[in-house]
Write a protein of this length. Structure first.
Ligand SMILES: Cc1cc2nc3c(=O)[nH]c(=O)nc-3n(C[C@H](O)[C@H](O)[C@H](O)COP(=O)(O)O)c2cc1C
Length: 380
């Protein structure tokens, strides 16, 4: 079984990850992982931090000459900003006062986290609750992506709307997804892209922030990942759990999602057909590729809603945890809108779940073994 753990503080020396249960002899191109990390960093609306960092993965174990060994894969991504923070974030010795945070930001982990862990300094919370850690999840997704490519499974993402301005590419074609990849806000529709960029700029001037919705599209997933037999083996449940764990994600929907609650059964269910060449097939994909907790062979389509960023340059009202007096919330360098970046994180996280489920279904200690089992399964 594939499993992983991640660590690292936002301004600490590095972010780290460890993956266990990954088969041997899988070719891994480090440049492709770094390309995914760069995709996460881009996007109109991101803050100053992303100008400092150029995320690059450094492997410490589990690979030899670009091929996996079947042993734990450990890696790190250095925080370049650490050189400006070493006096306050050194793991062994720090100046505890200079960067102390006592004004919790509404909407962030600050207040609940400091009460839960009994901290008088919210920095201890925000350093880990920050979405900086999503770089490690993108690196892991990048490794899994290369494994899944061997079976023709690929993923892409695009932004559906930001701050209420919608893209008209609601059922995206391959061309739309390519366009979105080149867009600074990951939107395939150029008219909406322009309006969204303007809205982000205006919102920045107002000291406010924005959220939105993105979509993940995963093609080539075979029938039968996940299972209906136990609640925690359902593929949609596992994907929703993982995606909901991304900072700021407040809703996850499959296929038509919430819309289908307003429609009739005959409008929503995807009718089944059969032909010699295609086997079983559908003419619609309202279910978004998952039925009964299992992939049904159609494209998996997932939407995620992200709330607006909680750190505001025009800060909201809060209470100082030291004095209990009213004050304005801490302003830590921040994004105005991170929906395009969150889409890349979502894509990586979803791919990771698909990789876990493929290995759970097929098993295998080496790439050769997994391939053999894949062929047997496909022939059936
Ligand atoms: C890619 C990405 C970047 C983010 N950037 C920021 C940021 O710069 N400032 C901020 O306050 N929140 C940012 N967030 C959102 C917060 O981390 C998140 O709202 C916070 O951890 C509280 O978690 P919750 O919203 O899931 O309850 C970002 C989220 C993602 C996915």
């Amino acid at each position: 079984m594939l499993r992983y753990l991640i660590g690292g503080e936002s301004h600490g020396p590095a972010l780290t990850g460890i993956i266990e249960g990954f088969p041997a002899n899988v070719g891994i191109d480090i440049n492709e992982i770094n390309r995914d990390l760069a995709r996460r960093q881009h996007g109109h609306g991101r803050g100053g931090r992303m100008k400092i960092e150029t995320d690059k993965v450094r492997f410490l174990s589990g690979l030899r000459g670009g091929k996996t060994l079947g042993s734990p894969i450990t890696f790190l991504i250095e925080n370049k900003d650490y050189e400006n923070w070493s006096d306050y974030m050194d793991p062994c010795q720090v100046d505890r006062e200079t960067k102390k945070v006592t004004a919790p930001r509404p909407g962030h982990a600050d207040l609940a986290g400091s009460i839960k862990y009994n901290f008088d300094d919210i920095r201890n919370v925000l350093e880990r609750s920050s979405a900086r850690e999503t770089a490690t999840r993108v690196a892991i997704g990048g490794i899994i992506r290369q494994f899944l490519k061997n079976f023709g499974i690929t993923a892409a993402c695009h932004v559906i709307h930001i701050g209420g301005i919608s893209s008209n590419a609601r059922v995206p074609s391959a061309d739309d997804l390519k366009k979105a990849e080149l867009s600074p806000v990951r939107v395939a529709d150029s008219a909406a892209e322009k309006q969204i960029i303007e809205l982000i700029d205006r919102t920045r001037e107002d000291g406010d922030s924005l959220g939105g919705v993105f979509e993940i599209v995963i093609t080539g997933v075979p029938v039968g990942l996940g299972s209906y037999v136990q609640w925690d083996r359902k593929l949609d449940a596992r994907l929703a759990y993982a995606l909901q764990s991304i900072q700021g994600i407040k809703g996850v929907a499959f296929g038509r999602g919430f819309d289908c609650a307003c429609q009739k059964g005959s409008e929503v269910q995807d009718e089944i057909y059969y032909s010699q060449e295609k086997g079983y097939y559908r003419r619609t994909n309202n279910a978004g590729g998952i039925e009964g907790g299992m992939s049904n062979g159609q494209t998996i389509v997932i939407r995620c809603a992200m709330k607006p960023i909680p750190t505001l340059y025009k800060p909201l009202q809060t209470v100082d945890i030291r004095t209990k007096q009213p004050c304005t919330a801490t302003v830590e360098r921040s994004d105005i809108c991170a929906v395009p970046a969150a889409a890349v994180v979502g894509e990586a996280v979803a791919l990771t779940v698909i990789g876990e489920e493929l290995l759970r279904k097929l098993g295998g200690d080496s790439m050769e073994e997994v391939r053999l089992r894949w062929k047997q399964w496909q022939s059936r």
